[in-house]
Ligand binder design. Structure first.
Ligand code: CA
Length: 451
C-alpha cells in the first residue's frame, strides 16, 4: 500500500512537468467547484477516468496498473466504437478522491478524472391526506369535468380531440418501472429483437435478455424489483398511464417507455452514464422514434463524463428532460446537475403548485431552468406491498415527467420534428406565470393545449 502511494506521488510529480503541453481537460474548474461544496457527495474510493482519445485499452490498462488503479466497470470502450476508454476505477486504500484527481489530471494518458457522484431522486414528502382523484396536473382551464388553469392542459387537449398518437418511445432513466401495473403495463416497451429468457444478446447491444430495458444498479435484466421502484413507477404514470377508465391518465397515454434503471432512491454518475448511452444506442440500433428521456434525479457535482453522454443523446436527437432539483435555490448561482449542464438538448423543469406558485422546494434560475410544470401533490402509479396502487408525491421529479410526456405528445402529432424543434415548441407554448417571471428562461408554465 505504501509503495503504491509513493509511486503514485512520484509519478504525479514527474508528470506535472509535462501537464502544460497536454490537451486541456474540458471543465476541471467546474469539477473543482463541485468538490469545494461539502453538500455534494461522491463514492469515497472511486473515480471516473477517461483516457486520452485513441489510447487503446491495453495501454489504458497499463497506465492504470502503473498508477495503482483497477477498473471496476467499463463505461465506454473503443472496442464498441467509443473515441476513448471511459472507466470507473477503484483507488488504492486511504486515497482521497480530490487529491487523486489532481494527480491524475497531470498524467499524460488521462483526458479527465472526476468523482463518481452520488445522485438521488427528486421527490419531496407529500401530504397523505390530499384527496384522491385530484389529478390537477392533467387539467386545463376549460376541461369539462375538472378545471385548473395551472395544470398541463393535457386534459383540455384530450377533450378537444387532440390525442396523443401511437409510435413514440421515451426512456425513463430512474428507478425501475412496474411492468405489471394495470395503468402502465401497456406502455412498457418491448425490445423487438430480444427473445426473453434465451440467455443470448439477440440484438448485440451488450445486454442479454433486455426485453423491457436494463437495470444498471443491479446489472441485470430485471428492471422492476418491487416497492423500492416507486419513484420510477410514479414518473412513468405521469408520462404515459393509459386512458383505461381506471386510476390516472398520463400526458401521452399511448407512449412506450424503456426502463433504464440506475436508482433505488440514490445512484451514481457512473451508472447514469451507462443508462443514458444505453437508451441512445437502442434508438439507433432499432430505429426507434425515441424523442426524450425523463431524468427526475440530480445531485452530486459536475461530471464531464455525464455531460458527454447527454451530448451524445443530443446528437441522436434525444431531449434530456431534467428535474431542476428540490433545494429551493437559484441554480444560476448554485449549479444543479444534470439539469444545469449547458447541453442544448436539456429541458430543465421547475415545479409549481395547483395555485400557480413556485413550489417551496423547487430550484429556479433565469438561465439554468427552462419552464415550470405541475409538481406539488401529484397522484400517479406506484407499486405497493399488495400490488398496484396510486400515491401522491411532490417534487421537481413530478414536474419533469409532465414535460417529458409533453415532448412525446408533441412528437406524436408532429412527426419528423427534431429534438431542437420539439424543445422550441414546448418552450414557446409556455404560459407567462407571475411566480416564474425571472425565475426561468420562459418565465412560464407548461401548456400542451395547442399541440
Ligand atoms: Ca440485448
Amino acid at each position: 500500500m505504501n509503495r503504491t502511494l509513493s509511486r503514485l506521488t512520484v509519478m504525479a510529480a514527474t508528470a506535472a512537468a509535462c501537464a502544460m503541453s497536454s490537451v486541456a481537460q474540458a471543465n476541471p474548474q467546474l469539477v473543482d467547484a463541485s468538490l469545494a461544496d461539502p453538500t455534494r457527495q461522491y463514492m469515497p474510493s472511486e473515480l471516473i477516468v477517461q483516457f486520452k482519445p485513441g489510447l487503446r485499452l491495453d495501454k489504458a490498462q497499463q497506465a492504470m496498473r502503473g498508477l495503482g488503479l483497477s477498473s471496476l466497470k467499463t463505461l465506454r470502450s473503443m472496442a464498441r466504437g467509443a473515441h476513448a476508454e471511459l472507466h470507473l476505477v477503484k483507488l488504492p486504500a486511504n486515497f482521497k478522491v480530490p487529491e487523486a484527481i489532481q494527480w491524475l489530471r497531470a498524467h499524460d494518458a488521462i483526458d479527465f478524472a472526476e468523482p463518481n457522484w452520488i445522485v438521488s431522486t427528486q421527490a419531496a414528502p407529500a401530504d397523505p391526506y390530499y384527496t384522491n382523484g385530484s389529478l390537477w396536473g392533467y387539467y386545463g382551464d376549460t376541461s369539462p369535468t375538472q378545471q385548473n388553469q395551472y395544470g398541463s392542459q393535457a386534459g383540455e387537449a384530450f377533450d378537444a380531440g387532440k390525442k396523443c398518437k401511437k409510435g413514440v418511445v421515451i426512456g425513463v432513466i430512474d428507478e425501475g418501472v412496474m411492468n405489471t401495473h394495470p395503468d402502465t403495463k401497456a406502455g412498457i416497451w418491448q425490445n423487438p429483437v430480444e427473445i426473453a429468457g434465451n440467455g443470448i444478446d439477440d440484438d448485440g447491444n451488450g445486454y442479454v435478455d433486455d426485453v423491457n430495458g436494463w437495470d444498471f444498479r443491479n446489472n441485470d435484466k430485471t428492471t422492476f424489483d418491487g416497492t423500492t421502484d416507486d419513484h420510477g413507477t410514479h414518473v412513468s404514470g405521469t408520462i404515459g398511464a393509459r386512458a383505461n377508465k381506471q386510476g390516472i391518465i398520463g400526458v401521452c397515454p399511448t407512449v412506450k417507455m424503456i426502463s433504464a434503471k440506475f436508482l433505488e432512491g440514490s445512484g451514481t454518475t457512473a451508472n447514469a452514464i451507462l443508462a443514458v448511452d444505453y437508451v441512445t444506442d437502442l434508438k439507433q440500433r432499432h430505429d426507434l422514434n425515441l424523442v426524450a428521456t425523463n431524468n427526475s434525479w440530480g445531485g452530486g457535482g459536475f461530471s464531464q463524463g455525464l455531460k458527454d453522454a447527454i451530448d451524445r443523446a443530443g446528437a441522436a436527437d434525444i431531449l434530456f428532460v431534467a428535474a431542476a432539483g428540490n433545494s429551493g435555490l437559484n441554480t444560476d448561482v448554485s449549479p444543479n446537475y444534470p439539469s444545469g449542464y449547458t447541453s442544448a438538448n436539456i429541458i430543465a423543469v421547475a415545479s409549481i403548485t395547483s395555485s400557480g406558485s413556485l413550489s417551496g422546494f423547487s430550484n429556479y434560475g433565469a438561465t439554468s431552468v427552462d419552464i415550470g410544470a405541475p409538481g406539488s401533490s401529484i397522484w400517479s402509479t406506484v407499486p405497493t406491498s399488495t400490488g398496484a396502487g396510486y400515491a401522491n408525491y411532490s417534487g421537481t421529479s413530478m414536474a419533469t415527467p409532465h414535460v417529458t410526456g409533453a415532448a412525446a405528445f408533441y412528437a406524436s402529432r408532429h412527426p419528423g420534428q427534431t429534438a431542437a424543434q420539439i424543445k422550441a415548441a414546448i418552450l414557446a407554448a409556455a404560459v407567462p406565470t407571475p411566480s416564474l417571471a425571472g425565475k426561468c428562461v420562459t418565465g412560464g408554465r407548461l401548456d400542451v393545449s395547442g399541440f
